[in-house]
Ligand binder design. Structure first.
Ligand code: AMP
Ligand code: MG
Length: 706
């Protein structure tokens, strides 16, 4: 049992306006670890982050999970300050006093300079303890530089805990490089808000006993700087990496360790949680893993001037843009079906392991038996697959031998029992038999050391037999790719729910089933309305928890096409106008470094684009390389005229005569036709007219792994 099931780490910010929409450093970042990798989220205002934390804590309490929440700013000032403000040393009383003075709007506008000036005025005989501000805020009560003599006003510059870490900045410094003072003034009121909200369910370490469902503590993420930098992704914002790794480190502690750390510290000045325990924290993280780089943001960009892209060219471009992102792990072969090999496999042993009999019969040395017909006395005993014969069969004699039995010494040939007359002590048969007849040499199938399966191969049931036969009990495979699925559209409702006028979300169940069939783990992002904030939140969740995102709907350039609009303004979007029907533009984008496949909303078009583009692209990301569909040439059972210059995909199936018939309606909303079909007919850009009997390409769904 861990002390806390959930560890939350918060990187706070004192910005005076909302942080940019695009995640940026020096904003609020929150990492949440519950075992496994931490999830990181980005928050644009203190108010929004506080609301988010309240919902999170409530959900964790409801789920029966204890939460440790760390914040990266001091929870107290050096001894004496609380007393000067409130008349008591109680740091939590000071929280209330600060909260009572600070105004901090939902858009981060705040009065912290006024508060600092008011506090400074409490100290007679010189400048007060707070200093540092932008030039416009300079006044007799607040200076840009430090002029204060702390001893003269009865305070110290640093808390005892800060004196132990030279790099920490005192909470008095409100402005410029590395300062934390403004974060304290704007952070403590929010923590006070959490205290009021959760009452006796929440305690603040080390001022109160840490025995509540929610415990708040002060942290200093730079304490684990080396561990963070070893684990930071190449494009990861430092703040994000810090909260992620710090959350994982505290979550990794064993039973009792965290509770013991929470009991440390000073009841007046507070403490930095885990100080002095850096090695224990790092140990829990384990060795830093090599993380593959995310995709380049511009990986999907088309050269200038490229307009309608032929399907074949789109495929080539997509192939070139992607590379594997999955890490590897070792799994038992019994659970390896559908997994992708992360390393070349060679035989650890020969198959078969020894020369053996291919039939039930009698074994002898072919060179020792003279000419036919043969009469051979039998040696006592027999050789069976699980019970080899230990002795040597003398020249001119034979031994009873069963299928699969290793050939004993003195045997190189076997005669089938059906070809023999058998007495109790001898056999007779006609020859001739060539040497080695009815036997299988060792390694006949696979020789020890021979290449068996290449890296990137997706393991089938027969492959598992081959791996077992060649001496493998486990194999190195790529971790399953996590693919998030999001449906968008105001008109949509969850299947089986919603008003009668709503359109049931047909794409999500379909896409999720395709993805699991392709061996990926599905992360369900649910339904989002046509609203930028909702789509952004869903994409953020996808980027935090998945390796790729499939969206459907809103992918064109229309007014309600929030997915493409958002990807364009805050991600990196390339709308590929691919010359295919059904399809419309396919939005290919990256969001926080994660590839996004923006599929059309239309279920038929979403299905076709998923098969043609998402399937092979995801296979590359998953380590399986680009995969082509199977194409068979079959006679057409239909007649059709088509516009040249684009590919068309028709819902089709084979009739009793092996000809491709197509669904009578090409309407791209006709989901019934999808279900009716067992494959697609692919018509190339040059084709104009197909008559019955003409050869056409049939792409069976089975060849798409469906
Ligand atoms: P859009 O691409 O958002 O313009 O959607 C095109 C058409 O597909 C509209 O008729 C949508 O209602 C429909 N559609 C979009 N998403 C889905 C979905 N998940 N399930 C069923 N129909 C959808
Ligand atoms: Mg829509």
């Amino acid at each position: 049992m861990t002390d806390f099931e959930t560890v939350v780490m918060v990187d706070w910010s004192a910005r005076s306006a909302p942080s940019p929409r695009k995640p940026t450093a020096d904003s609020i970042w929150i990492g949440v670890a519950r075992g496994g990798p931490a999830e990181v989220s980005y928050h644009r205002t203190r108010a929004a982050a506080t609301d988010w934390l309240i919902s999170l804590f409530e959900a964790e309490i409801a789920a029966g999970r204890r939460v440790l929440a760390g914040f990266d700013f001091p929870f107290a000032y050096p001894r004496g300050f609380a007393r000067a403000v409130t008349g008591s040393d109680d740091p939590l009383g000071l929280w209330g006093a600060i909260a009572g003075r600070v105004e901090d709007t939902g858009k981060n506008a705040n009065n912290r300079w006024d508060i600092a000036r008011a506090f400074n005025r409490l100290f007679d005989g010189g400048p007060g303890p707070f200093w540092g501000c932008p030039p416009g805020e300079i006044s007799p009560d607040l200076e840009m530089r430090k002029t204060v003599d702390y001893a003269a006003i009865g305070l110290s510059e640093r808390r005892a805990v800060e004196a132990r870490i030279a790099r920490t900045q005192p909470a008095w410094k409100l402005y410029t490089t590395g300062s934390v003072g403004s974060q304290v003034l704007l952070g403590l009121p929010r923590l006070h808000q959490l205290r009021l909200h959760f009452g006796t369910d929440l305690a603040v370490s080390p001022f109160e006993p840490a025995q509540t469902p929610i415990v708040l503590a002060e942290i200093y993420p730079s304490m684990l700087a080396a561990d963070v930098s070893a684990r930071r992704d190449p494009d990861e914002i430092l703040d994000a990496a810090q909260v992620r790794v710090t959350a994982e480190a505290f979550r990794s502690l064993g039973p009792g360790q965290l509770s013991a750390m929470l009991a440390e510290g000073d009841p007046v000045e507070g403490w930095i949680l885990g100080l002095g325990h850096e090695e224990e924290l790092a140990a829990g993280l384990g060795p830093a893993l090599l993380r593959p780089p995310p995709l380049r943001d511009d990986c999907f960009a088309l050269p200038p001037g490229v307009d309608w892209t032929p399907v074949a060219e789109a495929v080539e471009r997509l192939k070139a843009a992607l590379h594997p992102v999955a890490k590897s792990e070792t799994v038992l072969i019994a659970g390896a079906s559908g997994r992708i090999l992360a390393a070349d496999i060679s035989a650890r042993r020969s198959h078969p392991p020894h020369a053996n009999s291919a039939v039930d019969g009698f074994g002898f040395a072919q060179g020792s038996i003279g000419s036919a017909p043969h009469h051979l006395p039998l040696v006592e005993g027999r050789a069976a697959a699980g019970a080899p014969f230990d002795g040597t069969v003398p020249p001119g004699k034979a031994l009873r031998i069963l299928t699969g039995a290793p050939l004993p010494a003195g045997v190189d040939t076997v005669v089938l029992e059906e070809d023999c007359t058998i007495a109790s002590d001898a056999i007779a048969f006609r020859g001739p038999l060539r040497r080695g007849a009815n036997t299988r040499p060792a390694g006949e199938d696979v020789a020890s050391g021979a290449a068996v399966l290449p890296a990137g191969h997706r393991l089938s049931a027969p492959d598992l037999a081959l791996l077992a036969a060649t001496g493998h009990g486990d194999v190195k495979v790529f971790e399953r790719l996590k693919v998030a699925v999001l449906s968008t559209g105001d008109e949509l409702a969850e299947a089986g729910q919603g008003a009668s006028a709503a359109t049931p979300d047909a794409n999500r169940p379909m896409l999720a089933a395709l993805l699991s069939g392709w061996g990926h783990d599905v992360v369900d992002l649910g339904l989002a309305p046509d609203d930028a904030d909702a789509v952004r939140a869903a994409l953020d969740a996808g980027a935090a928890g998945a390796d790729a995102i499939l969206t459907s709907g809103g992918a064109s350039a229309g007014d309600e096409d929030h997915v493409s609009a958002l990807l364009k303004s805050e991600g990196h979007l390339t709308s590929w106008r691919i010359a295919l029907k059904p399809g419309r533009p396919l939005a290919l984008a990256t969001w926080r470094g994660i590839p996004v496949f923006g599929l059309p909303g239309n279920p038929v078009a979403a299905f076709v684009c998923a098969l043609l583009f998402a399937r092979p692209a995801l296979s590359v990301l998953a380590g399986g390389g680009w995969i082509e569909p199977q194409r068979f040439t079959v006679p057409a059972a239909f007649e059709k005229r088509k516009k040249p210059g684009r590919n068309e995909y028709l819902r089709a199936r084979l009739d009793g005569a092996g000809r491709a018939e197509v669904f009578p309606s090409e309407g791209s909303g006709r989901i019934s036709g999808l279900s009716w079909s067992t494959g697609l007919v692919e018509l190339g850009p040059k084709e104009r007219r197909i008559a019955p009997g003409d050869p056409v390409l049939f792409l069976p769904y089975a060849g798409f792994g469906i």
